[in-house]
Design a protein. Structure first.
Ligand code: BES
Ligand code: MN
Ligand code: MN
Length: 465
């Protein structure tokens, strides 16, 4: 039996199994869910065993464990390492979900008339990771596994993959591979398959402004004492100029400038501005002067406040000058910008713009490097051929604005190239309330993945004969 008939025959079970996995709240950011995160690792292990992997292990790290599995059929054949994550983002704000985030249900949407599974992690990344587990089953059951496969599924991606660097460093041999395959990104639309060729880096910091040593009466002291919220707001506002350019000395020094030809090529990717505005309910677009929306959210760095707090936010009014104000700030970086260097530049600048009247603290959280994948290697070609076989048309290369910091570490420690075959849509609401993943996308992913292995193995043999 070939792959698609097997998928059609077993699709209901494939969906039910994903639903079971989505019921476990594997929220890595919240220590209250530690048990559930560990349970999810266990569930992934059982599923990898059932799919036909020989060795399946739960590898302890200093944080949440990594599920490792392999099926080695012939050491002379190429080895593909699949990476994914079983942890999910917190579901907050829970009250905005139309059904509970960990009680998966299938609902139809305009974009997914065939139905979509609604649950936290449906698309990012349990649904996309599980496509690979099912693709493995399909290949085993139809006798079509053409190469060796390794799986490395982690549980800390959504909190910065902090334990992963040490794991890569100490397990180079175990993880040795010819290419890394990841489905944790998106595609342009259901009829425009795409291969993600770039990810942004990230520097995440938290800042604190302290003025008086206690909250003060805003009448008795107001006007005579620096209000940390006023000061923080001014400092934050000064971080962008009137062209929405980031005002940190040295910030743009290493930013790669794309040639006009490359920018022209990028502009060919289908994009409907009116649709974009409508989907997210914005009146108008906003961003750095001189760049298109697609450029602003992929090849240009950013600085965004992710949260800001301080003072009185309860019911009614309270007249107070707070002692402290805080903000969480993320900077999305482009390839060549070093995240540690940018974090330092930010810290130096932010401390320098604080007036003498306040104390300022900058606390770095985590970060990672951006990445661009080559499009002239056999892994890109194999992915493109796989999309052609499944969708009847070639894939469009697309740089994404999101970050998967581990990708650059794979290159550093394992010397591996990565290919990013995403099946999510922007409208799938990852990290937002009502995250979902289209059933059609899920099954299409399971169909496309085996084609990748087939083409990659053929191209590898040609290149190495
Ligand atoms: N899967 C996403 C990243 C992503 C989504 C890349 C869509 C491209 C397209 C990943 O789980 C994620 O959310 N990454 C974080 C970074 C991490 C260090 C917390 C992000 O991009 O905010
Ligand atoms: Mn993800
Ligand atoms: Mn994510």
């Amino acid at each position: 039996m070939t792959t698609r008939p097997y998928i059609d025959q077993h699709q209901e079970r494939f969906i039910d199994e994903l639903i079971e996995l989505l019921k476990i709240p594997s929220i890595s950011a919240d220590p209250k869910f530690k048990k559930e995160v560990l349970m999810t690792a266990g569930a992934v292990k059982i599923n990898l065993e059932a799919a036909g992997c020989d060795t399946v292990e739960i590898c302890e790290t200093s944080g949440f464990p990594i599920v490792y599995a392999e099926k080695i059929i012939d050491p002379d054949l190429p080895t593909v390492l699949v990476y994914g994550h079983y942890d999910v983002q917190p579901p907050d704000p829970v009250e905005l979900w139309t059904s509970p985030p960990f009680e998966p249900v299938i609902k139809n949407t305009d974009i997914h008339p065939e139905g979509a599974v609604f649950a936290r992690g449906a698309c990012d990344d349990k649904g996309q990771m599980y496509m690979h587990v099912k693709a493995m089953e399909v290949m085993m059951q139809t006798d079509e596994l053409p190469c060796n496969i390794k799986f490395m599924i982690e549980g800390e991606e959504e909190v910065g993959s902090v334990s992963l660097e040490a794991f890569l460093e100490h397990n180079r041999e175990k993880l040795a591979n010819d290419v890394i395959l990841i489905s944790d990104t998106g595609m342009i639309s259901k009829d425009v398959p795409s291969i993600t060729t770039g990810l942004r880096g990230l520097s995440y910091v938290e800042v604190e402004i302290e003025s008086p040593n206690r909250d003060l009466h805003s009448g008795l002291y107001g006007g005579a004492v620096a209000n940390p919220i006023n000061i923080l707001s001014q400092m934050i506002a000064s971080l962008h100029d009137e062209n929405n350019h980031i005002n940190i000395p040295g910030f743009y020094d290493k930013v790669e400038e794309l040639s006009d030809a490359e920018r022209k090529k990028m502009a060919e990717a289908p994009f409907d501005l009116e649709d974009y505005k409508k989907h997210i309910g914005i009146n108008d677009i906003h961003g750095e002067t001189g760049f298109s929306t697609n450029e602003r959210n992929s090849i240009r760095p950013t600085l965004d406040i992710n949260g800001i707090w301080g003072g009185y936010i309860g019911e009614g009014a309270k007249t107070v000058i707070p002692s402290k104000a805080f903000a969480k700030i993320s900077m999305r970086l482009v390839p060549n910008q070093d995240w540690r260097e940018i974090t330092e530049l930010f810290k130096t600048h932010f401390e320098s713009i604080a007036p003498k009247s306040v104390k300022v603290k900058v606390k770095p959280h985590h970060g990672g490097q951006g990445y661009v994948t080559p499009i002239d290697g056999i892994e890109y070609q194999a992915a493109d051929l796989a999309f052609q076989e499944a969708f009847g048309k070639p894939a469009v290369p697309q740089r994404s604005g999101g970050s998967i910091p581990i990708v650059s570490l794979f290159e550093k420690y394992l010397g591996s190239k990565t290919v990013l075959m995403g099946f999510g849509l922007n409208s799938d609401a990852i990290h937002s309330p009502n995250e979902h993943f289209g059933i059609w996308n899920y099954l299409k992913g399971i169909e496309t993945i085996p084609y990748f292995y087939k083409h990659f193995t053929e191209l590898y043999k040609k290149e190495n004969q």
